[in-house]
Design a protein around this ligand. Sequence first.
Ligand code: FES
Length: 163
Amino acid sequence: MPDEKQYVTPTPAREFDRRAFFTKIGLGSLGIAAAGTVGFTYEFLSPNVLYEPSPIINAGKPESFEVDSVTMDVNSGIYLVRAAEGFYALSAVCTHLGCLTAWSQELGIIKCPCHGSEFTRTGVKIEGPAPKPLPWLRTWVSDDGDLMVDRSMNIPPLQFLRI
Ligand code: FES
């Protein structure tokens, strides 16, 4: 005797279940599309702001720099120089293609490792493809007595900060 359950035709309730299933999938897809639209709209309407670090550097107390010293701050890309005439800050970024230069204590010059440009400790180009000297940066002393440098503001060379 054959199994009767094998030949059972689908009942209307089963069809309704299938229809409900596809309806739910359709509604789910619409929900996902609506959520995506809301997300993109929020992204479009939010301000397009780049959060960059402040150009103002606190270099610390002036007494911590020896006279006739060149100190590089790798993180901020500056040199803090204490010369007999006073303090000054130079950008350590090469004016050729933007490599980070390095102070050579033995040679007493600033050298760029990328294409060989060389600069004096006051930023004047000695040789190499760099088109301009290293820029001097604005320096001042804060109310707390700290040396401050503004990387975003160049000043004419040989303006020493006397403390
Ligand atoms: S980037 Fe410094 S010499 Fe080219």
